[in-house]
Design a protein around this ligand. Sequence first.
Ligand code: BGC
Length: 519
Amino acid sequence: MAGGAVVAGGEGKEYPGKLTLFVLLTCVVAATGGLIFGYDIGISGGVTSMDSFLRKFFPEVLSKEKANKSTNQYCTFDSPLLTIFTSSLYLAALVSSFFASVVTRVFGRKWSMLGGGLIFLIGSALNGAAINVSMLIFGRIFLGIGIGFANQSVPLYLSEMAPARLRGMLNIGFQLMITIGIFAANVINYGTAKIEGGWGWRVSLALAAVPASIITIGSLFLPDTPNSLIERGHPEAAKEMLRRVRGTDDVYEEFSDLVAASEESKMVKHPWKNILKRKYRPQLTMTILIPFFQQLTGINVIMFYAPVLFKTIGFGDDASLMSAVITGVVNVVATFVSIFTVDKLGRRKLFLQGGTQMLISQAIVGTLIAIKFGTSGQGQIPKGYGYVVLFFICVYVAGFAWSWGPLGWLVPSEIFPLEIRSAGQSINVSVNMFFTFIIAQVFLTMLCHMKFGLFYFFAGWVLIMTIFIALFLPETKNVPIEEMISVWKAHWFWGKFIADEDIHVRGDHVGSADLHAKA
Ligand code: BGC
């Protein structure tokens, strides 16, 4: 159908165009923004378990740990002071994502990515060279600001660049890079922990400069998205960009839809005030609840504290670090499952399947630990038994890696209309960072008090979020990003929040009946 959008399997429009090498390359480069986030998630836990690091910066923690003769396995590692160091970064990221929102909207997505990379680079230099705690903390704050900028802009960039029918796959490149970052950090910690002389932690922290340089240099070469070019008043450049990324001259339909979306967005002067309007209630709810739920899966208990957790269940030092490496591999490999299925099966099926798998495996892990340690925390886990626990933890990580992990970044980035997309994404980042912070802060204390019940606690949340998705999240696969309103309008619950005149198709206002007839 020349010059026109076609209906794709009853799910939405499909614009002409193919997956070009150009769009693939730009998306791969942009996705590397996920490396800095992942690297940090993976590196902190390992570094803070190195004696040489503790001796230099947190000697009181080390002496407390050494003096601890408690046989209660659940409480051995309860030291809040140290977790403040780990989690300060998340507060910095939380705040900076709001500043990033302005840069992303006014100057374009690419400058936020560049800024994020540069600031992270400064942070890694300060951390690697740290001679006192203030340098360490300042470094953490810079790292956090960098992550706030990257996480705010990269998912938006990917969702806008990608053709609708491959948006899921290309967006998940971001999550893939996060998992690669975590894995690389685990392996590096495994190596640097063995360095004699006590400066291994310096290598771990300084190497953050590698992913930071990749995204900083990469973003210099990235073009801006057509959506952002139009939004900032460069329609001709946008049309040219659309031709390049879609690999066809036949971009009239998509271009005029982008222009229509941009016209509409110009009527909105204050995104932050507007986002509170009734018609945006569905998207606002999702961009708050999805990151909240993502963190309440409990995934970062594994990502931050895997070595500690494995030590708790009786693995030795080396085996614990090795087990963290194993969960890291599972995390990367399982992400590919979502890459290849998200645009075919859709978001909902992955959420529901992954949620169920996580729920079951968490309940099993909780029970296995309960059988050995009970509520007293006294006991020993035999090796074979430990490996069974490790296996179910891997099943859990895999479930996360093809559901809440990637979808927690994909879905919020694709559901907002242009005028409030950037603001919506900062809410997503800040809620995510806030709850990452909370989990990092309280996990060790929770383990000490809730014992094996902690796993049931997270399983309970996974049950709630899975039911929530089943009832309230409409399927968004293959729907062009600027047409997403139709999906909300058609939803049994959210439909009533959107009036007929809120729906805008190809520059003219139509009623929802008309829209359904078209889609
Ligand atoms: C989450 C992180 C998590 C990571 C694990 C990401 O999607 O936002 O908090 O550590 O996945 O792979």
